[in-house]
Design a protein around this ligand. Structure first.
Ligand code: NAP
Length: 264
């Protein structure tokens, strides 16, 4: 059946969003920014650490100049408060927030989960999972006309993926947080969902042991017989930020070329 060309037009015109997690052009957050920008959204960017500032400035300069670019390490509450104060000042309100950040100390992504230190566990869970509730709480006062929050998760939350270790536990917490936050945010007309993306070659992915083997395995087993593209994840985030998904909240949406449905 020919359904013709899908023209979604400027569906997010006059909508304001903030994106956490652009490290470079390969970041899922950057692909998401391009999708949202393509639909007409006005975006602010939050980066961690001075070394990433130039990257984000360089990426946005041509495509979306005049985007507010704000320094925000989620382990520092003062930076989070300042980020949202600035966004309020620049935009007046917020319509969506993209949470595309995660971190675990490298040693926790090697060897056995059994050996995870208390420090590594706390750090991974704080940055990768707690930050979702933290950022949602900060965004709520600005989401005066309702809103949408989208984060990024991985299949290692549901099933054991050797080497993913403490990050699997952090992603399980992120997915459960999405459901609990959906209940709290629903009466404010704010939706929250998480995208379970298939493996994509990014800076963070390099920290996962044997990532290349993981990608090959996914591409061989997935019904679509390939790996997902960052842009496909970005387009799903666009869907989740748009009125097209107005009835969806608290969900884990797999964008993984079908990998997760496979048994034998
Ligand atoms: P990425 O480009 O390296 O992005 C990860 C981002 O998290 C970086 O910008 C990183 O900044 C930021 N971050 C780390 N600690 C932070 C902190 N304390 N405060 C604020 N930001 C912090 O990698 P990515 O693959 O696009 O990852 C984005 C999200 O997608 C993550 O949640 C990841 O788990 C998820 N995901 C990735 C894949 C994949 O295969 N790539 C699959 C499924 C889900 P720094 O570089 O400064 O640390």
């Amino acid at each position: 059946m020919d359904i013709g060309t899908l023209d979604i037009g400027p569906m997010l015109k006059d909508k304001y969003g903030i994106i956490f997690g652009v490290a470079n052009k390969r970041s899922i957050a950057w692909a998401t920014a391009l999708s949202l920008h393509g639909a007409g959204a006005r975006l602010a960017f939050a980066y961690q650490g001075e070394r990433l500032k130039e990257n984000v400035e360089g990426l946005t300069a041509d495509v979306m100049p005049n985007s507010p670019i704000l320094s925000c390490d989620v382990t520092k509450q003062v930076e989070v408060d300042e980020t949202f104060r600035r966004v309020g000042e620049e935009f007046g309100r917020l319509d969506f927030l993209i949470h595309s950040i995660a971190y675990a100390p490298r040693e926790a992504l090697e060897g056995e989960y059994l050996d995870t230190s208390r420090d590594a566990f706390v750090t991974a869970l704080e940055i990768s999972a707690y930050s979702l509730a933290q950022l949602a709480r900060a965004a709520v006062p600005l989401m005066t006309e309702g809103g949408s929050i989208v984060s990024m998760t991985y299949y290692g939350a549901e099933k054991v993926v050797a080497g993913y270790n403490v990050m699997g536990i952090a992603k399980a917490a992120l997915e459960a947080s999405t459901r609990y936050l959906a209940l709290d945010l629903g009466p404010r007309d704010i939706r929250i969902n998480t995208i379970s993306a298939g493996p994509i070659q990014t800076l963070s992915a390099r920290g996962v042991s044997d990532f290349t083997t993981m990608m090959k395995h996914h591409a061989e087993r997935a019904p679509l017989r390939r790996n997902v593209k960052a842009r496909e994840v970005g387009d799903t985030a666009l869907f989740l930020c748009s009125p097209l998904s107005s009835g969806i909240t608290g969900e884990v949406i797999h964008v993984d070329c079908g990998y997760n449905i496979m048994g034998i």
